[in-house]
Structure formats: structure tokens, C-alpha cells
Design a protein around this ligand. Structure first.
Ligand SMILES: [Zn+2]
Length: 359
């Protein structure tokens, strides 16, 4: 496709009735920023929206290709959790997920885990991110650190800079017994026990440890099955919940099947195959990375991007006083998304073939 000085674009605009419409047209580049174009990487748009839409909560699309309307933020601090990496503004999710995280944090304390350190959930309107994560796009994924919460409130700087600790022995696929505690096992068991949870991504070494501890009893199969071995995930685990009932446009992920997942499929992770570098066939060029644009996402995501925003973040923070109707009644229009001028689209590499699922 040829890039001309005038680009075709789809821009969210507000009609006099306050409804969002998509219009096609051409644009001359303004100083500093430019409206979104059909070529704009979707992450440039979703990665810059500071607040969610105030429409009814709904997840649109798939975990790795979608967005969310009506997301709420988990408070920065709760009695049994602290949110980390606040500067990323990824504390947003479907109210069902946020409620579940708060519940898990309380249950975890009962189990002897001192509280949750929360990593990334989603951006205010979900969608692709400027850095990290293929998934976390529909407000139904959350990362939880495998580091216990300290018994004091962390400063903003500490939340930005503190490192999580890996549970593995250095250069090994094995859990380090000096770092592992019984409370880690109870935390993972608890997280996997909720009906709302579709799966949990965890490092194969940690799955192995859980199998050693709990795999002997068939009674544990249902929750053990939800612990899915995957790359990374030895500093944190990743909780994914099912598509909620209010989201007909949410695309469910395939069932994880039956059994505890401690057998052959786990053993495969301890062979060389999953860790071997991708070996392109001689004479073939590697697949060209492609920019994910708004057109690649469900159509409703363009509407979500242009929908009204709450007047203030506190109105959409998930506390006891959270009132979605008030947030809606006082909502404000948002400006059409703009991206830095002359921005070079950030390329999304298409990963080599990997086992099903996403980190
Ligand atoms: Zn994750």
C-alpha cells in the first residue's frame, strides 16, 4: 500500500446526539500529532487512552485480539493487595475479574499468604499494548507476583522499580527449594479453584512442583488442570477468567480438557523441543512482522475507543462506593485519538509456532 500525504483514516467523532460514528475521510497532518489512520498500530491508540469508556461492561474479541468497554480499576491499595507498576496504567479490567482478584487476595491471606502484589491487568480500554503481553486485551487476564506482599505500603518508586523474584534455580527448569514455600502452593491452588477461572499460566517447573505436591489425588484434578505450563511465568502467574455473561462478543478460549496435566504433556516441557531455537527451513525468509491495526480488532473496538470517559478516575475505581450509573451520568466526550507525528509504527513480531495459549 502506498502512503500518500493524505491518508485514509477512520476517526471516531461525536455526533450532536452524543453517539459515536465512524467516518472515512482524508486528513492533513497537524503539528505534533496526527489523527489515527488505517495504518496506525492499534497499540498506539489503546496504549495512550488514559481512562476507560463508561458504557456497560463488555469484553470484545479474544484475549489476544480485542478490547473492553466499561472497565474498572482495582484500587492502588487494598487491605490485602498492592498494585505494582502504577506508571503503566494497567490496573483495569472487567468488574467480574476485579471482584475475583479482590476475593482471591482475601482468601490468600486466610491461606497464610500475606497479600497480593498485582502486576498488569489491562489498559483502560484494553487492546494491544505498547510494550509486553500478547494477551491482556479484553480485561479478563491478570498477572500476580509470586513474591509475597511486604507488611508495609510500598512507595510509588518502589512499585516501579522493585523486582519480582524467580522461583527457579538459576539456569534451570526446577523450582528452587530455598525460594518455594508451602504458601506458594496454597496460593496457586486457591487461584485455580474458582469456577470463574478458565486457566492459569505458570512455568512448567512450577507446574511440576504442584504435581509433586497435589497430583496424587484425583480429587485435585479439576483445579490442577487449570494450571497450564507455559514459557516465562516464574516471577508471576497469570490468571485468565472465562468470558462473562454480559459479553456476547467475547470469544471464548478452547477448553483445557480433562485430567490433571501432570503426565505426558508436562513431560514434554522437560525435553529440548520447546526450548530449541526456531530453525527456519533453508531458503525461506522469516515471516514479515505485521502491524496490528484497528481493522484487525473486532469492529466494536473502534466504538469503544471513541466512547465517553468518566469525569474522574475515582468514579470508575472498584470500591464499595462504585456507582456505574453515576459514572455514566457525568461522563465526558473524548477527543479523537491522535498519535505522535512521523511515528514509526511499532512492529509486532509474529512468534514462531508455539504450544496453544498465550502468555
Ligand atoms: Zn500475563
Amino acid at each position: 500500500m502506498v502512503l500518500a500525504s493524505a491518508l485514509h483514516f477512520a476517526q471516531a467523532v461525536l455526533s450532536s446526539a452524543g453517539r459515536v460514528a465512524l467516518v472515512a475521510g482524508t486528513v492533513a497532518l497537524a503539528a505534533g500529532t496526527a489523527p489515527a489512520s488505517a495504518q496506525t498500530a492499534a497499540k498506539e491508540l489503546f496504549g495512550r487512552v488514559p481512562l476507560p469508556s463508561v458504557e456497560k461492561p463488555a469484553s470484545h474479541g479474544f484475549y489476544s485480539k480485542g478490547c473492553i468497554a466499561g472497565a474498572v480499576a482495582i484500587p492502588v491499595d487494598g487491605p490485602t493487595w498492592q498494585a505494582m507498576r502504577l506508571e503503566r496504567n494497567r490496573r483495569w479490567g472487567h468488574p467480574k475479574l476485579i471482584a475475583l482478584l479482590e476475593r482471591l487476595s482475601r482468601d490468600a491471606v486466610q491461606d497464610g499468604w500475606p497479600g497480593l502484589l498485582l502486576g498488569d491487568i489491562s489498559q483502560p480500554r484494553g487492546g494491544p499494548m505498547l510494550s509486553g503481553h500478547a494477551s491482556h486485551q479484553v480485561g479478563l487476564d491478570a498477572d500476580i507476583w509470586l513474591t509475597p506482599m511486604p507488611d508495609r505500603r510500598l512507595s510509588r518508586e518502589e512499585r516501579a522499580n522493585l523486582s519480582a523474584t524467580s522461583l527457579l534455580k538459576k539456569d534451570s527448569l526446577e523450582v528452587d527449594p530455598k525460594k518455594w514455600t508451602d504458601a506458594h502452593g496454597r496460593l496457586l491452588r486457591r487461584a485455580a479453584s474458582y469456577d470463574e477461572v478458565q486457566r492459569i499460566f505458570i512455568h512448567p517447573g512450577i507446574k511440576k512442583k504442584m504435581c509433586d505436591l497435589y497430583g496424587g489425588s484425583r480429587a485435585n484434578d479439576v483445579w490442577m488442570n487449570k494450571l497450564r505450563p507455559y514459557y516465562g511465568h516464574h516471577y508471576h502467574f497469570h490468571v485468565r477468567v472465562f468470558c462473562p455473561d454480559d459479553s456476547p462478543n467475547c470469544k471464548p478460549q478452547q477448553s483445557t480438557g480433562s485430567g490433571n496435566g501432570c503426565g505426558k504433556s508436562l513431560a514434554w516441557w522437560f525435553t529440548d523441543e520447546p526450548w530449541a531455537p526456531a530453525d527456519p527451513k533453508p531458503g525461506t525468509k522469516p515471516a514479515k512482522p505485521r502491524v496490528v491495526t484497528l481493522n484487525d480488532l473486532p469492529k466494536s473496538c473502534a466504538v469503544v475507543l471513541g466512547d465517553r470517559a468518566p469525569a474522574d478516575e475515582s468514579l470508575v475505581t472498584f470500591t464499595a462506593g462504585y456507582d456505574p450509573q453515576l459514572a455514566r451520568a457525568t461522563a465526558v466526550a473524548v477527543k479523537a485519538p491522535t498519535v505522535p507525528k512521523n511515528n514509526v509504527p511499532i512492529i509486532v513480531p509474529i512468534p514462531a509456532v508455539k504450544p496453544k495459549g498465550a502468555g
